[in-house]
Design a protein around this ligand. Structure first.
Ligand SMILES: [Ca+2]
Ligand SMILES: [Ca+2]
Ligand SMILES: [Ca+2]
Ligand SMILES: [Ca+2]
Length: 486
């Protein structure tokens, strides 16, 4: 390789050493045409164009001559007219003929002997910058994009390709531009990349710019579903945001993802027959223009159009006092309170949390009897449930017992029959005591009349009865039997 060529290569390397160059450098080797050789056997002289550079990008060059004792010189572009002889000088401004390609300049020198010595040198004229291009992808990219930069130069070859991702503030050598797309979306957006190329002659291509649009992050969608239970239909509005390519569409599914509908508003109806009561889940998601699809989210809508059902603990038996307890069941919001009315009277509401009403014969005079209690439950949404009814039977009246004790003395055994009657709950039992003895259950009291007269005299029988509600007759009922055995 010639000196001139080496010089050109070194200059180029120096200019580019700061970059990591992956560009294939093409330098056309033109061996033998760079040497500014003198003719053999004569005084030595040499000519170098532009100090031996391999390429020039202008026709204006400097001819550098060397000849010991040189006195005269003249030049010509090879094949053209010689310039006039002029005093020897080491440098001379010279104009090459136009048109890219190899340019040879011939020189003649005279020294003290007056004999002419010839020399020549060749340089390659390259005035045309490289042609550059890129394969940047159009549209939004959801993953990293690698853009390959290309440059071609027909004369001196491509010297370097470099690019800038910061608006030209700094340049990086290389023909492969990676635009990353991390999944967290941190690099989402439109990225401008400028690039340029220089040929071996130092011609700079006009910088070009391409853009790569990165969108690796999916949209974010939110809903405004109410938290609690709803007695009427609910419209759930979906709001989607996307930071890069923008929201393309929002979808929702009311059947667990089996089918998806496009829209930003999902309606959950609440027909009054309660057929849609319960907890409903709406899946929703959005897709951006780049094609990123959001992981589906869930909105929960609770519908409750029906009042609670209610039940009671009435047992059908008779009582002096009964604690009537209500129980409620509500599929939705839950029972708030109970309401009740007794025997068609006005409705009263129990406080929330209170589920019982005490009915008692001591409630008021004359409260004995069977009472109808109507009741219903009201849920948290104020919805009143269906009417229920029960009967609570109260008995505050004790039985009444009578006897058939004979009047006047008797000479033989006497059986006294105790007969009890009871309003409402009925007689539970009758008890008697003869002459202050132990209380004995039963309704037939035998007063014997032994022949020895040992039981003669007046006998007192105390008795009373109880009813099925627990009412006891006063124990002061009494009759007498007089025995006077013969
Ligand atoms: Ca060129
Ligand atoms: Ca996005
Ligand atoms: Ca309800
Ligand atoms: Ca009674």
């Amino acid at each position: 390789m010639t000196v001139g060529h080496q010089t050109a290569s070194r200059r180029r390397t120096d200019r580019l050493s700061a970059y990591a160059i992956v560009v294939a450098v093409t330098l056309t080797a033109v061996a033998g045409i760079f040497a500014g050789t003198a003719q053999a056997g004569k005084a030595k002289a040499s000519l170098r164009i532009d100090y031996g550079s391999g390429y020039t990008n202008t026709t204006a060059v400097t001819l550098v001559s060397a000849m010991s004792g040189g006195t005269q010189m003249q030049f010509r572009n090879s094949g053209l007219v010689w310039s006039a002889w002029e005093p020897f000088a080491t440098t001379k401004a010279w104009t090459l003929p136009a048109g890219d390609g190899a340019k040879t300049v011939d020189a003649r020198y005279k020294g003290a002997t007056g004999k002419s010595v010839s020399a020549s040198d060749t340089i390659i004229l390259d005035t045309i910058a490289p042609t550059t291009g890129d394969d940047a992808p159009a549209g939004w990219q959801t993953s990293a994009a690698t853009v390959t930069l290309t440059a071609t130069d027909t004369t001196s070859g491509v010297g370097s390709i470099s690019y800038s991702t910061d608006g030209g503030a700094s340049w990086v050598g290389g023909a492969s531009v990676l635009v990353p797309a991390p999944s967290d979306g941190s690099n989402d957006g439109v990225h401008q990349v400028s690039y340029r190329a220089t040929d071996g002659a130092g011609n700079d291509a006009v910088a070009k710019t391409f853009s790569v649009s990165i969108d690796a992050g999916a949209p974010t969608t939110t809903d405004d579903a109410p938290a609690g239970w709803n007695a009427t239909g609910v419209r759930v509005n979906l709001s989607a945001n996307d930071t890069a390519s923008g929201v393309a569409l929002t979808q929702y599914s009311t059947d667990a993802g089996a089918t998806w509908l496009t829209g930003t508003s999902a309606v959950v109806p609440a027909p009054p027959d309660g057929s849609n009561d319960g907890v409903h889940q709406i899946l929703y998601r959005s897709r951006d223009v780049a094609g990123n699809v959001e992981t589906a989210k869930t909105a929960t809508v609770r519908i409750d159009t029906q009042g609670p059902t209610a039940s009671d603990n009435a047992d059908g038996a008779w009582h002096q006092r009964y604690v009537l307890v209500f129980a409620g069941s509500d599929v939705g919001a839950g029972v708030d309170h109970f309401e009740y009315g007794i025997d068609g009277g006005s409705w009263r509401a129990l406080a929330a949390g209170d589920d019982s009403v005490v009915l008692s014969v001591w409630r008021r005079a004359g409260f004995t009897g069977a009472h109808t209690v109507d009741y219903r439950a009201v849920d948290m949404l104020g919805k009143t449930g269906p009417l229920s009814s029960c009967q609570v039977k109260l008995d505050g009246r004790a039985p009444t017992t009578g006897d058939d004790a004979p009047v006047g003395p008797r000479v033989s055994d006497v059986t006294v029959h105790l007969t009890a009657g009871d309003a409402h709950s009925g007689v539970a039992g009758t008890w008697y005591s003869v002459d202050g003895g132990a209380w004995t259950p039963g309704t037939e009291v035998l007063v014997p009349a032994p022949g020895d007269g040992s039981n003669d005299g007046v006998h007192w029988i105390h008795y009373y009865s109880t009813d099925n509600a627990g009412n006891a007759e006063t124990r002061e009922r009494v009759c007498k039997v007089q025995i006077d055995a013969p």
